[in-house]
Write a protein that binds this ligand. Structure first.
Ligand SMILES: *Cc1c(COP(=O)(O)O)cnc(C)c1O
Length: 342
């Protein structure tokens, strides 16, 4: 697998912007190199462009070398950068397996990159033959989401590996919800697959959606391309500071995940018992996809009672489905009590 041959020609030869902090890396007494305001405050200096301290902590936590980690303004940033690095606008394409997260197709559209859409099977797992049939030399990137949004299930690991090892494209596995799954995901085998990119985020289990911090893990070769084309100071000082603080208290995150998992099984059982519910799909995430007798009606009535869920009923394979995030025990109780009154 030759990663260089998959890259866009202009990206291969692009010379990146070199920041003042890239050119002088030591510590000094006097910094007159970046046209900053010299009067000290918490924010008068530019942040570390490569976020070394944060990456060191993530490296220890995940067992992945810092050189194989990219940090971005949410996962949305690496999603966009991956498309920009590998897909020639108006010529190349990417492949998604639907139903899935909407941002892959939106970023493709912004970059004028064609989207090939393959429908998942009836259990929301990969249809490997259908994917392979849709692959051609224009497909530079395959986006897979596991656990999948909006269906909630992990995709079959064997099927994902089949696609990583047989195609001639980058395979992105978006693991935004992996902390809620009883599975270690693809980080332990990252080194085996030079065309694999794993995405994770601080927006879900870590409780930091407002901070905007996403991670991409891949070979040093791929990560160095993403670093080359990102905005020089893509993560501000505050984001880096808060991330460092939160990373040293992973126990709090783990406790919250435990509660969410317990609530997930309670809620699943209670939903299943309601007359308006046809089916609660199995989930490995912090939400459940629920097939209703009349999803739109339930959705509207919940809004009237000040409870907002996500209506997915117009999405392929999701007719009459609502996606419901697991809330606090009190919120989940309120949801069930409200549904019982409808
Ligand atoms: C929520 C979510 C993300 C997270 O995006 P951020 O930009 O990191 O907030 C990524 N992928 C999927 C599938 C998601 O559902």
């Amino acid at each position: 697998m030759n990663i260089q041959s998959l890259l866009r020609e202009n990206i291969k030869t692009l010379k990146p912007y070199s920041t003042a902090r890239d050119e002088f890396k030591g510590t000094a007494e006097v910094y007159l190199d970046a046209n900053e305001n010299p009067f000290p405050s918490a924010y008068n200096r530019y942040p570390d462009p490569l976020q070394k301290k944060v990456k060191q902590r993530i490296s220890e936590l995940k067992g992945i070398e810092p050189e194989k980690i990219f940090l971005g303004n949410g996962s949305d940033e690496p999603i966009d950068l991956i498309i920009r690095a590998f897909c020639e606008p108006g010529k190349d394409s990417l492949l998604i397996t639907e139903p899935t997260y909407g941002m892959y197709a939106v970023c493709a559209g912004v970059n004028n990159v064609t989207v090939k859409r393959v429908t998942l099977d009836s259990t929301f797992d990969l249809d490997v033959d259908a994917v392979k049939q849709a692959l051609d030399s224009s497909v530079k990137v395959i986006f897979l989401c596991s656990p999948n949004n909006p269906s909630g299930n992990l995709l079959s690991k064997e099927k994902i590996i089949n696609l990583i090892t047989t195609g001639n494209s980058i395979v992105v596995v978006d693991e935004a919800y992996i902390d809620f799954a009883k599975d270690e995901g693809f980080l332990p085998v990252l080194a085996k697959y030079p065309n694999l990119i794993v995405l994770q985020t601080f927006s879900k289990a870590w409780g930091l959606a407002g901070l905007r911090l996403g991670m991409a893990f891949a070979s040093e070769e791929i990560i160095s391309v993403l670093n080359k084309i990102k905005y020089p100071y893509n993560l501000n000082i505050l984001t880096q500071q808060v991330a460092l603080e939160k990373l040293s208290s992973a126990e709090e995150k783990n406790k919250q995940v435990d509660i969410i998992l317990r609530e997930r099984s309670i809620l699943t059982e209670q939903l299943q018992a309601l007359p308006m519910v046809e089916r609660v799909y199995p989930t490995d995430a912090n939400f459940v996809l629920v097939r209703m007798k009349d999803a739109r009606n339930v959705y509207d009535q919940l809004i009237e009672r000040s409870i907002i869920v996500r209506d997915r009923s117009t999405v392929v394979l999701c007719a009459d489905c609502l996606r419901i995030t697991i809330g606090t025990p009190e919120e989940n109780k309120k949801l069930i009590e409200t549904l019982k009154t409808l």
